[in-house]
Design a protein around this ligand. Structure first.
Ligand SMILES: [Cu+2]
Length: 286
């Protein structure tokens, strides 16, 4: 009796959860999100389509196995099948259950390797940003822009909590950005979900990845290699802006420093209606 009551409650709970589940955020997570963050780069779009493809395959396999189990339970239980067959081999079926999984694995492997090479083979880069992991903040350098460099540390006062940094990484939209990643002390990992970027920061070694953001806005990520006690407090914040806004930021950063450049950029973005300010005069991101 208790089971009979529990089942509809369970179903109702799932329906309520599904109704509350939000479409995934762009550049940052949202409450009750299901699925991956929205894509802002070609790599992340590929990850989305591969994820969708795998979801179909695993769903079909799970339903097929479930159907087989139900069929066996109904057809071959002791009551409906009192004298079991003694069959132990069936060549046709053995060939099928060997060949079909191989075909499924090949069908998965082909897009999987295409995605892997797409991520790993850098297209000609328009500019380079160097990200250096530290306990527990990120340093950034812009070797193509007179070596602009700064430290980006978590800003506990800003929203979204645990994702905002005091100084923002600024890059232009629709440009291939090469990211060179290393670390000063221990392993870290430079990760921005909406870019599909995730690469280890290894002391004494240069790793590289790339992204081409096709949408303007703010994109957040976190260190994704368990690096120590403040691992959760070294977020990544990348602002993608138009080319002339990027140039304005670079020019100001060269002459007056990155903090002034950030204020300058914020005022440009506010004038253009791209940046809303909250009651405290802070950028209300996304
Ligand atoms: Cu870290």
């Amino acid at each position: 009796m208790r089971k009979l009551i529990a089942t509809p409650i369970l179903i109702a709970t799932f329906i309520a959860m599904a109704a509350q589940a939000n479409a995934a955020g762009l550049g940052q997570p949202v409450d009750w999100q299901l699925g991956l963050q929205q894509a802002a780069t070609p790599v992340m779009e590929f990850i989305h389509s591969f994820h969708g493809f795998l979801l179909i395959i695993i769903t079909v396999i799970s339903l097929f196995v479930l159907a087989l189990l139900i069929y066996v339970m109904v057809k071959f239980n002791a009551k409906s099948n009192p004298t079991p067959s003694k069959t132990s081999h069936n060549t046709f079926i053995e060939v099928v259950w060997t060949v079909v999984p191989i075909l499924i694995l090949i069908a998965i492997a082909i897009p999987s390797f295409r995605l892997l090479y797409f991520q790993r083979e850098l297209p000609a880069a328009d500019m380079t940003v160097k990200a250096i992991g530290n306990k527990w903040y990120w340093d950034y350098e812009y070797p193509d822009h007179d070596g602009i460099s700064f430290t980006a540390a978590i800003d506990m006062e800003k929203e979204p909590r645990l994702l905002a940094t005091d100084v923002e990484v600024v890059v232009p939209v629709n440009k291939v950005i090469r990211v060179i990643v290393t670390a000063n002390d221990v392993l870290h990992s430079w990760t921005v979900p909406s870019f599909g970027s995730k690469i280890d920061a290894v002391p004494g070694r240069l790793n590289e990845t790339w992204f081409k953001a096709e949408k303007e806005g703010v994109f957040y990520g976190q260190c994704s290699e368990l690096c120590g006690k403040d691992h959760a407090y070294m977020p990544i914040m990348v602002r993608v802006v138009s080319e002339d806004e990027f140039k304005a930021w670079v020019d100001k950063a060269k002459t007056a420093g990155v903090e002034e450049a950030q204020k300058h950029l914020a005022s440009i973005l506010t004038t253009r209606g791209k940046l809303a300010l909250n009651a405290a005069g802070q950028p209300a991101n996304n």
